[in-house]
Design a protein around this ligand. Sequence first.
Ligand code: WTA
Length: 631
Amino acid sequence: MRIRTFDDYQQAYQQSVEDPEAFWAGVAQEFQWRKPWTKTLQWNFTEPNIKWFVGGKLNITENCLDRHLAERGDQPAIIWEPNDPHEAGVTLTYRMLHDQVCRMANVLKRNGVGKGDRVCVYMPMVPELAIAVLACARIGAIHSVVFGGFSAQSIADRINDAQCRLVITADGAYRGNKEIPLKSVVDDALIGCPSVEKVIVMTRTRTPVAMLKGRDVWMEQELKQVTADCPAEEMDAEDVLFILYTSGSTGKPKGVVHTCGGYMVYAAYTFENVFQYEPGQVHFCTADIGWITGHSYIVYGPLACGATSLLFEGVPTYPDAGRFWDIVDKHQVNILYTAPTAIRSLMGFGLDKVENHDLSSLKVLGSVGEPINAEAWHWYDDHIGKNRCPIVDTWWQTETGGMLISPIAGVTKTKPTYATLPLPGVQPMLVDENGKEIEGNGVSGNLCMKFPWPGILRTTWGDHERCRQTYFSTYPGLYFTGDGCLRDEDGYYRITGRVDDVLNVSGHRIGTAEVENAINMHTGVVESAVVGYPHDIKGQGIYAYVIADAMPADHDADLTKRDILATVSRVIGPIAKPDKIQFVSGLPKTRSGKIMRRILRKIAEGDTSNLGDTTTLLDPAVVDEIKAGAV
Ligand code: WTA
């Protein structure tokens, strides 16, 4: 099944299209199933209803842990690099990780969690986070990991939507020179979360925390009460493995649902092939486990393949901008998988931070999360890969579970800024606004998929209709990605960015509507409109046009802006704070009351020469005012 040459790729691709069921059955049989499946695939994209490996029984942790014990029990499964380079790290072998996952699973059981219960995980990037996730999977509980940068309000929304029974957190987290009081944020969240019965608190920063009797327990004390014997729960291939909340163009974030069988097969298959992973290699994915990239390519994909996965607690610029290279050197990293925003920010610090490190262990470089610009691509290639490591620009989404369009390292000829070709099993299609297929090469359109792959989302938690509407109704019969895409003369794909109202700020997905709602919660704000604009490091910055109760006088404007930022931080989290705020007296609206975002985007981009047709505006004069006041 392993692709080694471009011929292999072409053959695999062809089979995956001609006989997808046989293709994926072949891949899936390499895993450990308690009971084989009876039907490889059942699907339609209208309801939608997608099932892979129907009737198959398994537990993903048996595949990620138990299965490896005989052959590589003493090989490192997780290498943990702490925030502070002077603190001792931790290396967990497969045997140790198995042991700890079983213990944590028993702690969960002791605290009333069973199969199908939802568990919210709000943790620093420490081994216990991966352990918590796997412990849930061990007993069939559904994890919902919330990134440690989200606010109490965001946690509460996610906990309530999924009706979580238990929260796993830590006293605090270290990120660079900051200390984040995680438990205190959770306490604020839980004021509005009646479904939560228990909170398990890990000690990390020794920050004083409130511990409520009957609700809060210390992880370390709980672990003393259990054994390492925890048989894995038998799961159906289509039982839910996890929920991960992600932003869309409307309303609150949705809980994307992935299931046990298909997700496992897809995460592992793409990990092994795209990175051309070889046994014994060290894989360093710099994402946080709070995002899908961390789920699929720190935890499940690498462990399902028996790889060594490096987990880094800190940030790329602490204690200085050489930290990634320091880690690569220290742990002899073979595969480095990071985001363009990190590359761009490190580029700015110059080459001295790179040159004093030995990067010769690197074999493959990966990029994910946003379009990579040519300059960043070449810097990565020249200075990190020294022109000897293939770069895989992997395009995918929370909803896709794993990479869909990506080069296969050393196999697919790369082209800067191109995600290149669809992986086996992936059938992309470009369509115009009316849903008509755009055929041929040298074209661009909206990116859709016409056939399911095992890692595709199954539903959005608690609201299947929302899943249908968001992804399967824009173009009937197709999965719509929300991305724009061009296919060049060679048939290579290049993702050009979102075509909906979703921003991509430093590789983080944020809905404009979400930010607007947060801004509108500020007491002095009447209305707002948020758009993205090109940002040198973040990829996209957030530009907010705000109508205030009373137009703030110059000396107050700055304070009001800061209050708005504080409000957004409080409602969503610091990652959603606008980079620019402009107070306006009105917004460009059509006679039917629709905001013309096209105009606002142009102004935010600093391109006011050609604003297109403004004759349908209710009050065209407002455009001149906005142009004049642009920040
Ligand atoms: C964008 C992250 C260009 C895209 C795995 C997508 C990319 C959104 C790339 C999903 C890439 C991700 N090139 N754009 N290689 N990878 N994107 O759900 O707009 O956090 O729709 O998943 O990121 O973001 P998400």
